[in-house]
Design a protein around this ligand. Structure first.
Ligand code: SME
Length: 167
């Protein structure tokens, strides 16, 4: 990891960066940038959000990616459909894997829940086979928990009167 001792430190930095910011896109963009800066050997990190019954591309770092993923399709759609983290050592062996960047060989996708509902997923790709370990999965679980909290606050903030949101 670059700039942080471990995922716990990274999660704390993410919380400090996004807490009290009621703007979803801004928080997701900063979260993607922070993970991109901190994680070694990755070639894509970003978000897909559930909209109109599918996963739609959100803020990310890396090469341009596919815009719409149907539930159950690819690694992202499988994580969303099953509500379960998908940690894939070799994406070429994953049935239905969607190749956005030909350099990707391993992938981890974490479903994110807000208010008891599936919000979308956090998706990270790596060119290194077997890049994501159980430790990464646990650490990214802490990152996902911060994101869920922050995204929940953004939803609530939308309903605040403008003078309470501030400028
Ligand atoms: N590989 C993903 C598609 C998204 S990209 O990796 C950014 C999948 O199979 O769902």
């Amino acid at each position: 990891m670059v700039g942080f001792a471990n995922y716990e430190e990274l999660s704390r930095a993410l919380l400090a960066l996004t807490r009290d910011v009621p703007y979803e896109t801004a928080n997701l963009a900063n979260a993607a940038a922070l993970l991109w800066q901190a994680m070694e050997d990755i070639n894509w990190v970003g978000f897909y959000k559930m909209e109109d019954g599918a996963l739609i591309l959100g803020p990310f770092q890396g090469k341009p990616a596919c815009v719409r993923i149907a539930p159950g399709k690819g690694v992202c759609g499988t994580a969303a459909w099953l509500g379960k983290v998908q940690r894939v050592a070799d994406v070429h062996a994953f049935p239905g894997h969607i190749a956005c960047d030909g350099a990707s060989n391993a992938e981890i996708v974490l479903p994110l829940y807000v208010g008891g509902r599936l919000w979308g997923v956090l998706d990270i790709d790596s060119p290194v086979f077997g890049r994501f370990t159980q430790e990464d999965e646990a650490g990214l679980g802490a990152v996902a928990a911060v994101l869920e909290r922050v995204l929940g606050d953004c939803v609530e903030a939308k309903h605040l009167p403008i003078d309470k949101v501030g400028k």
